[in-house]
Design a protein around this ligand. Structure first.
Ligand code: SF4
Ligand code: SF4
Length: 364
């Protein structure tokens, strides 16, 4: 756990070095809503220079908790975690935006923000678990058959766990660390019950939550004896080893790979989805401007509940980036990112495609 993480704001309040990459600063063009703006606001509240009124709470709840600042910080300052720590203080004073409490109640009661369906294991036992989570269960269940088909080819038959349960990110991001820890613990308990030696996850957001967020923000270490792998890099490795092959399609639509929300937090994963895409698409991938180590998030962050207009603009910005590059098709594996893109893609004349489904359709 990072001790006194909120002190990070002292380092960030007069630093401009990551200002140009912050997606919220980019879409709002407000200086307050940039990394040093949040640093200075929080440091000023803590000094008693400004009051924690509704406007200031709104400012503190306007950061996307996307990790772009930290990924571009030469001293690896955990500013997003510091902002989230300030939100936890705001929650403890009962001053958070009403939407934060509404989502929190759903997370407490159902383990997800979508519907009254409490996560339930399927009772299986096995060496490999597949964390499904809430986004894949509620927003992208069609892709799960494709994921299982792809894994089956390389001899992996995982036991699905965490079906419909949030990975803890959302509760943490809204300022409810205890609920985040309860959700994380529920998945760890399930993992132990099935006796898995490794767990696969479907998105970089899940990987970030289990590998880093739980330890840094909640003080919960991932069990060392259990491997943790993201499915897309795993499939790319299997393809390279000759265990997985695809046939190329004939779709000539100009396309781009959209780095999912939180992909920026996993610096080693950027090449894998592009290698897989090159195996199934005829045309070379077009790169968006905000990609790889400077990838911006879509609106599938806590902002979609507390500041939906900013979340929408994050998604418009992703779609606008694609349009400017002459792209007509956006491909990604993250059901949360896809759900946000799909709400607005028509207006931009774009279509989207789930990467897992595309790959499964092109198995050799
Ligand atoms: S995260 Fe790093 S680069 Fe960004 S404001 Fe803080 S110290 Fe500066
Ligand atoms: S987490 Fe994202 S939105 Fe928040 S300050 Fe950093 S880059 Fe900006």
């Amino acid at each position: 756990m990072i001790e006194n993480v909120i002190e990070t704001t002292e380092n960030c309040r007069y630093c401009l070095m990551c200002r140009h990459v912050c997606p919220v600063g980019h879409v709002t063009r407000k200086e307050t809503l940039t990394p040093h703006g949040w640093g200075l606001t929080i440091a000023s509240v803590r000094r008693g220079i400004i009051e924690l009124d509704e406007d200031i709470v709104d400012v503190i709840y306007s950061c996307a908790d996307c990790g772009t600042c930290r990924a571009n910080c030469v001293t690896d300052q955990p500013l997003p975690s510091a902002i989230v720590a300030m939100r936890a203080e705001i929650v403890s004073q009962g001053l958070a935006p009403p939407a934060a409490y509404e989502v929190h109640e759903k997370l407490q009661n159902w383990g997800n923000p979508y519907g009254p369906e409490v996560p339930n294991g399927n009772g299986g036992q096995g060496e490999v678990a597949l964390f499904i989570g809430d986004d894949a269960h509620f927003l992208g269940s069609e892709m799960l058959g494709s994921v299982l088909s792809l894994l089956e080819v390389v001899g992996v038959r995982p036991v699905p766990i965490g079906i419909g349960r949030n990975n803890g990110y959302l509760a943490s991001s809204l300022g409810f660390p205890e609920t985040a820890a309860n959700l994380a613990q529920a998945t760890l308990d399930e993992l132990e019950t099935i006796g898995a030696k490794s767990m696969l996850v479907l998105t970089p957001g899940d990987y970030y939550a289990f590998r880093q967020l739980h330890e840094e923000r909640l003080g919960m270490e991932w069990p060392q004896e259990v491997g943790l792998l993201e499915v897309v890099p795993f499939l790319a490795e299997q393809m390279q080893a000759g265990n997985l092959a695809f046939k190329q399609g004939d779709d000539q639509t100009p396309y781009a790979y959209l780095d999912p929300t939180h992909a920026i937090r996993i610096s080693t994963r950027h090449e894998a989805p592009r290698r897989l895409l090159a195996a199934v698409m005829q045309a070379p991938v077009t790169e968006l401007f905000w990609r790889r180590e400077r990838a911006h998030p879509s609106g599938n962050v806590a902002l979609q509940y507390t500041q939906p207009h900013i979340a929408n603009h994050l998604t418009y910005s992703r779609l606008g980036d694609a349009l400017e590059r002459g792209v007509r098709l956006l491909i990604t594996e993250d059901p949360g990112s896809l759900a946000q893109l799909n709400r607005h893609a028509d207006r931009f004349g774009l279509r989207t495609q789930n990467l897992y489904e595309l790959l499964a359709d092109h198995l050799a």
